[in-house]
Write a protein that binds this ligand. Structure first.
Ligand SMILES: [Zn+2]
Length: 82
């Protein structure tokens, strides 16, 4: 088990704005292979032929974010689609 993040740092992460968190994560992925692997396995989905796609998409109909690996034929998990 990894060590829990120090309390004050945990709070700072909780309160940080998403753009700042994106910049930090991108820097971590450049500098650290384990961070890059964790980010890749969380945000990307392996598809045929060793290609990858983004795992989370925004539904064109209801604007909800959904996991493409838990979705059939492009339907949003919140409603049937076309
Ligand atoms: Zn939807």
């Amino acid at each position: 088990m990894p060590e829990p993040v120090e309390s004050a740092l945990h709070d700072a992460i909780q309160h940080a704005n998403p753009d700042a968190l994106r910049k930090i994560l991108q820097q971590l992925c450049i500098r650290n292979d384990e961070a890059a692997a964790l980010t890749r396995s969380t945000l990307m989905d392996n598809i045929d032929g060793g290609r990858e796609r983004e795992r989370y998409e925004t539904c064109k109909h209801c604007k909800a974010e959904y996991d493409v690996t838990k979705n059939e034929k492009g339907d949003c998990v919140y409603h049937p689609g076309r």
